[in-house]
Structure formats: C-alpha cells, structure tokens
Design a protein around this ligand. Structure first.
Ligand code: MOS
Length: 761
C-alpha cells in the first residue's frame, strides 16, 4: 500500500488499479474524436461576437468559394432540425442555445457550421464569412441595468425545494448574537482537457455519434427527437471521456449540426470545438450572490438560519441550483427560512458544474459559520459540534448515517488544529502571516435507476455491460470490483463495457450517482447468478454440496464452498444447469422511484433521488482544514497545507476514492484563489476564455495535501452501501481558505476568488 493506494479500513474496498490505467498512460485510449472514420470531412463553428440583437446580413459567398468547402449550415438551411429543449428546466436546459439565429441571445452563440475537406479549409472559410449584426445593449451580470428576475420556488420545473421551518425573524429578534452578511461566487467554466467534440457517421439510415458524454441514453434520445426518428436508429459511442464535470451531460446544438452535415454529405463529419468556443457551446457554473442571517444563543446554539440566494441565468431559462435544499439540513439551526431568486441576463444558460448546488451555497454558509464562531469567541470546530445533529432541523427525519464530527476530529488531529492560536494575526513564519481555517464538506447521496447485464462463464470469466460512463472517475474499475467481489473472481477475469447506448441503460454520470446506482444494479445481477448456481448445487441429487443449506455456501476463486471444506468447481455446477454461460439483466430502482422510471431511463430521462428526500436524509460529509501563508508586504497567498477527512458509506476502492477527494480539494482551492470567468461588462463577452488566462492551480500551488478516509457503514442507502463521493471534496474548501485568510489577516473577504489585490490595504 502507498499514499496513492491507501490500505482499506473497515467497509472499504481494495485499492485496485484502474482497469483503463495502462491504456490511458500509454496513450492507447481512443477518445471519441480519435476514433478513425473513413474519409471524414471537418467542421468548424462560427460564433456570434455580439451578445444581444440579430443577424442583419449573412454573406457567405466568399466562404463558400474557399477550395474544399463542402457545406455551410446556418439558420436559413437547417429548419428541418426539431428544437429539443433537453431535460426540462431543472437540469440545465438550454433553450437559449438551440437556435443558430437570426436572433442572438448571448455572445458565443453558434451562428454557422462550416464543413470542408480539411480543417484548414474550414478555418479559412470561417475567416471569410461576412456576417453583419444589429446589436443591442446587453446586461451580462449582477447590477447591470435591464436585468429581470423570477422566484425559483415558483418557476422551476420540476419544483425546487425551499426549506422553511419555524419563525426565523422572531428567533433572530430574540437571539443573543446575530450575523448578517452577503457572499458572492463568480462564473466558472468546467474546462475539461478533452474539448467538446462530435463525430457522426450514417450507415443504412442509422446514425452513429462519437461524442464524450455523461449520459449516452440522454444524448441518443434527444438526437433522435432532433431528427424525428426512432431512438434505436441512433447509436452513441462514448467509451472514454477526458473530463466532463457536468459539461457533457446534455445535448448541445453542435451534435445535431454535425449529424445533419454528415447526412447531407453522406460522409462522416468531425468537429472539435476550440477551447474558447468551449466557454459558450456548453454550460458553466452560474454567478451567485447570497444574503445570510444567523442567530445563536451566547453559548453557541444556533436558533436561526436565513439564506436568500441569487443566481444568474439566461433570459429564457429558469435554471438554478437552489442549494438551500441541501444547506438547510446541515446543522441544528432551530428555525430556517430560504429562498432563491433567478436573475435573467444576456448570457448563455448555465448548468451543472461539479457539486452544483452545494459549492456556492455551502461556501456562503460555511463562511458565515466561521464569522459567527468569531463573534461568539468560540472555536469553529466546537461551534459545529454544538450544532451537530442526528435529525433534519426542518422535518425531524433522521440521517441514515452522519459522520461529520468524526471527520472533524480525525482531520483536526492530523492537522494539529490545537496548535492554532485563535487570535487573528497572531501566527507568523518569517515574512509570512499564517492563517488556519476549516469548513464542512457535504454532498447529497444521489441515486437513479440503472440497469446492467452480467454474464458469467464456467471459466470464471465475467462480462459486465451497462451504459454507464467513466468520466475519469474510476467507474470501470469500481463496477468491475463489484462483480469481482460478488462472483469471487480476480479482477483479471472481469471485462467491463460502458459508454455505449446499445448496452442496457444507466443513470447520467452526474450527481455523484454512478457508484451507488450502477454498482447496486451490478450487485443485484451478480447476486442472482450466484443464487442460481448455489441452488443448482444444493438441489442436486448428488455432488459434494447436495442437500446443504444455501446460506452456508460462498463463491470464491471459481469454486462453490462451505466453511467445512465441501466444494464444487464452477464448471461442474454449470454442467448441472446444462448451460455454457449464465446471463442476468438486473435493475436497480432506488427507493421512491418506480419501475416506470426505468422505462423512462430507456427513453433518456434521468431521475435522481436521495439527499434530503425520502424517509431518511442521505449525505456524505467531510471536514477540511487549510493553512494559508500571506506575505506580510506583497500579500502573495500560498496554501502550504490542506487536510480533509471524508465519510461516504462504503468506499469501493480506496485508490480511486482518494484520487477523487484529492482532486476535489484542489478544485476547492482553485475556487478560493484562482478560478473565475471574467466577463466584459459592456460587450458581455467572456474575456479569459482560454487556459492561459483562466486561472487554475498547478503543481506549484499545491504542497502538502492529505486525504483521510473515515470508515462509515450505511446499510440503508442502497444495496452496496455507497454514498458516492465524486463531488464531495470541493465543497467547503473555499470557505476553509477564506476562514484561514481571516485568521491570518483579519480581513473577511466574502466575494470569491480571493486575489492578492484584495488583500492589499
Ligand atoms: Mo456533475 S456537475 O453532477 O456532472
């Protein structure tokens, strides 16, 4: 065992190396745009430089005359495509992204797609397009004139929950200590290293699309609608995804355009949108503001939590994340009042981005919690302990399991929190001010319907087939491990197929739901196969296991065995059954959903449940501690140390779990200190839409980083007992950094990201 492959503790799986590790590090993996196609044509996108107005004149003559240009798609010649609002208003639907014009709703809207014999010819033609626009003043961000707003509780579909409990205003009136503060988070873009690509090919009326996707059934069915054809005439292949973070979970306009071009030319067409186009051809994390009020007794007992969120969206779309539905359950608040306002601006529609609801809302709440602890003159860890709860402060329902304080205690120990002098500005090393801060990480346990097909051969070889997705998280590996553990075979015997819409459907790779949902389906399928084998062996008239009780028998290393040493080879049991393979199709339907939700999954609709819904609250939790150094004169900010402890039910694989949690914390530091998409307030264009100017942490920004895996058992959540942790660790990190910066400097910065100039006073 190594640091990267931590030894499993209670209720944790082995740190199996990734099944796709070798392929990836040797560059053998074929990402969707790498799949070789015969004689492809190449597409490039033309996007709008204006944010609001319309196309006045579309002169493409010069572009069409470029040698090698085959076709140019615009709003004038693509009317056969049906407009497909994808997923409903609650899931990042992008009605503002559907049209090629003539109306322009945001800067970066696709207005044309050029297809040519070569990428170079298509690019040359792009420069020779001559498009005139009538431009209107755009309102791109908070405070701009001309914004409108709507109440997320009223306009969201499906409805958003805005938890309320008791009389917050009265509780604040009578509280010993109160806090009122406003917080803000900026626009962020996912920027997966793999760009947004689409390759399409038609054969005998059937479309095959190679596109990185977090939901191949969603993409298949949405594309089928765009072409008004049967979903089984569309085949989505997305075996590997080079990062997604939410940005590849839905149909975007490029896919149907590429498919249409391939159909018209009767030839494969490939598109790789540029890095800067990636900022507007998919979604992003919305800019948010938060107004928080907290009330507490003087011994630190919370009596009131009021949280009003404001989220920027596009003009037509009511997208919001409304993270109060999660934040409202976190502590024993006493009374709760929440609301969210959607602010409509001249922007593209935002969407899911890693831990969408909780990142901005928990940032605000966990900053406020630290401010309150300061007001109470109380240790922030103790403040959270006093307000820890086993039940939902809103409904009184119990948590299925909750290990928040175990996480705090283990992380605090490892961090040596007790060495902290709580006095602001009291700690120093050389020219550097030292600040230590902490915050809570929390993520709802989401599950969706999922299906899988399992095949076991007498040799012990296993095939697992499910249209789930490995977006870099280790899904291939943990899905394979589930089958290996259940069927008692080594990982070398396991073959896992994912990412293909011809396989049985699985839930969207979103909401950190894959492990809990897909592994549960695989677990069920394997259990059924195992039961069939055991039944055949014990019901036989002869043989070593005849007449034994099924409960006594385990399946290990290709043998059915009892503890007292009776055993039978798998091949013999197969002979009894008279079959050469056992195949099982299994469905996992989470509590609260019905078989019809599986049928909906087949038609591309993903429904997630969990978190604050259901009879118990289901949440993964963690605690993060951060040390910041701020140079006394230059105010340069460094983060030399970060420790996080996390509990998320069964951890299927300690290696992939640690890797996810480590990445999450680094992304959290990124949110605190680096990341923000800047927008030109006048032209409403993204300014830093490239990887040189869009700041993210690099190796030199991250020094000591420790991940502590806290054992937790939860038999309630699902058959495998896993809560999912892909999006857990970047929640709360930014607040921990902000809280540490306060401890170092006495400056309370409430608007992310914190940059050096904000500390120059
Ligand atoms: Mo994640 S933002 O739920 O893909």
């Amino acid at each position: 065992m190594t640091e990267a492959a931590p030894a499993p503790k209670d209720n944790m799986g082995q740190p199996e190396p990734r099944l796709d590790a070798r392929l990836k590090v040797t560059g053998e993996v074929l990402y969707p745009s790498d799949v070789p196609l015969h004689n492809p044509a190449y597409a490039v996108l033309v996007t709008s430089p204006i944010a609001k107005g319309r196309i006045a004149r579309l002169d493409l003559d010069a572009a069409r005359r470029v040698p090698g240009v085959l076709d140019i798609l615009t709003y004038e010649n693509t009317t056969e495509l049906k407009q497909v609002p994808y997923g409903g208003g609650g899931s990042g639907a992008s009605t503002s992204m559907q049209k090629l014009g003539p109306e322009i709703h945001f800067a970066g809207q696709i207005v044309a797609m050029i297809v040519a014999e070569s990428f170079e010819a298509a690019e040359e033609a792009r420069f020779k397009t001559n498009i005139a626009y009538e431009s209107e003043a755009a309102a791109p961000t908070f405070g701009a004139p001309g914004l409108t707003s709507s109440d997320a509780a009223k306009v969201s579909n499906p409805p958003k929950k805005m938890p309320q409990h008791g009389d917050v205003d009265a509780a604040l009136q009578s509280a010993d200590v109160t806090l009122e503060a406003e917080y803000g988070t900026p626009t962020q873009h996912h920027n997966p290293i793999e760009l947004f690509t689409t390759s399409c090919e038609w054969k005998d009326g059937r479309l095959t699309i190679y596109e990185p996707s977090q939901f191949v059934y969603g993409l298949r069915n949405a594309l089928a609608k765009a072409f008004d054809m049967s979903p089984d005439q569309v085949h989505v292949v997305s075996l590997y995804v080079g990062g997604a973070f939410g940005s590849k979970s839905q149909l975007t306009p490029r896919s149907a355009l590429v498919a249409l071009a391939a159909k018209r030319l009767n030839r494969p067409v490939k598109l790789v949108a540029s890095r800067s186009q990636g900022f507007t051809v998919s979604t992003y994390r919305a800019e948010t503001r938060h107004r928080i009020r907290l009330g507490a007794t003087k011994d630190g007992k919370l009596v009131a939590y009021s949280h009003q969120g404001f989220e920027l969206s596009s003009r037509p779309d009511n997208y919001s994340v409304s993270g109060v539905a999660d934040s409202a359950h976190l502590y024993a608040f006493g009374t709760v009042k929440t609301g969210v306002e959607i602010v409509h601006a001249d922007r593209n529609t935002p969407g899911f981005m890693r831990s969408p609801p909780v990142v901005p809302y928990i940032y605000a709440l966990e900053s406020a919690m630290d401010e309150m602890a300061v007001k109470l003159n109380m240790d922030p860890v103790e403040f959270r302990r006093i307000n820890d709860t086993r039940v939902d402060p809103v409904s009184g329902k119990p948590y299925s399991s909750r290990s928040l304080m175990a996480c705090y205690d283990q992380a605090a120990d490892a961090f040596d929190w007790k060495a902290r002098n709580p006095e602001v500005g009291s700690m120093r090393t050389g020219d550097w001010l030292v600040g230590l801060g902490c915050a809570t990480a929390v993520y709802p346990t989401h599950m969706g319907p999922s299906t899988a097909r399992i095949r076991l051969f007498p040799s012990g070889d296993v095939e697992v087939q499910t249209a789930a997705h490995d977006i870099g998280t280790g899904a291939y590996t943990v899905i394979g491990q589930t089958a290996a553990e259940q069927l008692g075979v080594p990982m070398t015997k396991i073959k896992v197929q994912l990412g293909d819409s011809d396989l049985p459907p699985a839930i969207v790779a979103g909401g950190s739901s894959t492990t809990a949902s897909v592994c549960s389906a695989v677990y069920k399928g394997c259990s059924t196969i195992k039961e069939k084998l055991i039944r055949a062996a014990v019901r036989a008239n002869d043989g070593p296991l005849a007449g034994r009780s099924p409960d006594e028998i385990t399946l290990q290393a290709g043998m059915l065995r009892t503890r007292d040493g009776a055993e039978e080879k798998l091949a013999e049991t197969f002979d009894r059954l008279g079959v050469g393979a056992l195949e099982e199709y299994a469905e996992f339907i989470p509590p609260g959903l019905k078989p019809e939700d599986v049928q909906k999954l087949y038609s591309g609709q993903a429904k997630l449940v969990g978190g604050g819904e259901g009879e118990k609250l289901m949440y993964a939790m963690g605690a993060e501690f951060v040390e910041v150094h701020i140079h006394a004169r230059t105010r340069e900010i460094r983060v030399p140390r970060i420790v996080g402890a996390f509990a998320a039910g069964r951890l299927m694989n300690t290696r992939t779990a640690r890797s996810q949690l480590m990445g999450g914390m680094i992304w959290g530091i990124s949110s605190a200190l680096h990341e923000a998409t800047e927008i030109d307030p006048k032209r409403a264009r993204y300014v830093n839409d490239n990887l040189a100017d869009y700041m993210v942490p690099v190796n030199a920004d991250i020094d000591a980083l420790e991940v502590i895996l806290v054992p937790e058992e939860d038999s309630f959540v699902n058959p495998v007992g896993a809560k999912g942790l892909g999006e857990l660790a970047n929640v709360g990190t930014a607040a921990a950094v902000v809280n540490a910066v306060y401890h170092a400097t006495g400056q309370r910065l409430r608007q992310l990201p914190i940059r050096l100039e904000k500390l120059l006073v």
